[in-house]
Ligand binder design. Structure first.
Ligand code: NAD
Length: 290
């Protein structure tokens, strides 16, 4: 296929490189001067999008996605797939999909889980929203860049799945970290705590697969001085999107709100910026009951 790829940052660059490695012809654009193995760079987003079978975007937020969409949609031929893999607000995802569909394109919102490691290894999970035809057009590319793609429903459903998943993740990571800090103060050995919880009803991905305690459980960013991994500020971005969506949909999400406030404090007023989101554990360790 001929593929346009716009937004070649930490995630986009390895995803585009994997598509090129699989034999597709990839033309890329990024506002920063970047070069990616096997990808021909274009002078503008519109140029990268012109004459392609599928155009993929991997951008920082909804406002930038809307601006790029305005630029590229008129350049794309009818029937072209438009796959946005960025994590953005549900409203922007739906607005861009509507604009693309009315221009005769096949839009899919397809945010990912799996981080930079998953992007490099081609093992991302895609959660996709859009028509069956649009999903079918994008699916062979999901198979190269990832290990699983779930068609979640109509436009916006991919973003909805992503922010609900990450709201659970933020809440369970905080719960796991505060429980470790409590266990410390109760004199419970961390390894014993892990051995019990990871095989009891308190288990979760945060405990079992990404344990925030150094030296306990499988290798995780805690074992690498909390270098991300998944940075606390990215968790904050996703939690804020969950609260924006909850507000718009009139959903009561008290723990999602509390998690958002805690990550906000951690990133903006404490030492959370640039650290892994599991560094909530050393944060709780230092604190006392207020
Ligand atoms: P990044 O900041 O490394 O990359 C974004 C890229 O977009 C940058 O290279 C930037 O120069 C480019 N860009 C900005 N404005 C542009 C424009 N108008 N035209 C073209 N290019 C433009 O971010 P990332 O870590 O690659 O994340 C991309 C998206 O993926 C985000 O929405 C993020 O929330 C999501 N995501 C990231 C991770 C992760 O672990 N990094 C995991 C899952 C999802």
């Amino acid at each position: 296929m001929k593929i346009g790829f716009i937004g070649l940052g930490n995630m986009g660059a390895p995803m585009a490189a994997n598509l090129a490695k699989a034999g597709h012809t990839v033309t890329g654009f990024d506002t920063a001067a970047v070069s990616v193995d096997g990808v021909t760079m274009a002078a503008s987003a519109a140029e990268a999008a012109k004459g392609q079978d599928v155009v993929i975007t991997m951008l920082p937020n909804g406002a930038i996605l809307r601006a790029v969409a305005n630029e590229i949609i008129p350049a794309m031929d009818e029937g072209t797939g438009f796959v946005d893999c960025s994590t953005v607000d549900v409203e922007s995802a739906r607005a861009v999909a509507e604009q693309a569909a009315s221009a005769g394109l096949l839009p899919v919102d397809a945010p990912v889980s799996g981080g930079v490691g998953g992007a490099e290894a081609g093992t991302l999970t895609f959660m996709a929203g859009g028509s069956a035809d649009a999903f079918a057009k994008a699916e062979p590319l999901f198979e190269i860049m990832g290990q699983k793609a779930v068609h979640c429903g109509d436009s916006g459903a991919g973003q909805a799945a992503k922010i609900c998943n990450n709201m659970i993740l933020g809440i369970t990571m905080i719960g796991t970290c505060e429980a470790f800090a409590l266990a410390d103060k109760l004199g419970l050995d961390r390894q014993k705590m892990f051995d019990v919880v990871s095989t009891s009803s308190g288990y979760s991905w945060s405990m079992n697969a990404y344990c925030p305690a150094p030296g306990v459980g499988p290798k995780s960013p805690a074992d690498n001085d909390y270098k991300p991994g998944f940075a606390a500020e990215l968790m904050l971005k996703d939690l804020r999107l969950s609260q924006q969506a909850a507000e718009a949909a009139d959903a009561d999400t008290p723990l999602g709100e509390a998690a958002t406030r805690l990550y906000e404090q951690f990133v903006e007023n404490e030492d959370g910026l640039g650290r892994d989101f599991s560094a909530m554990l050393p944060r709780f360790e230092k604190r006392h009951r207020t």
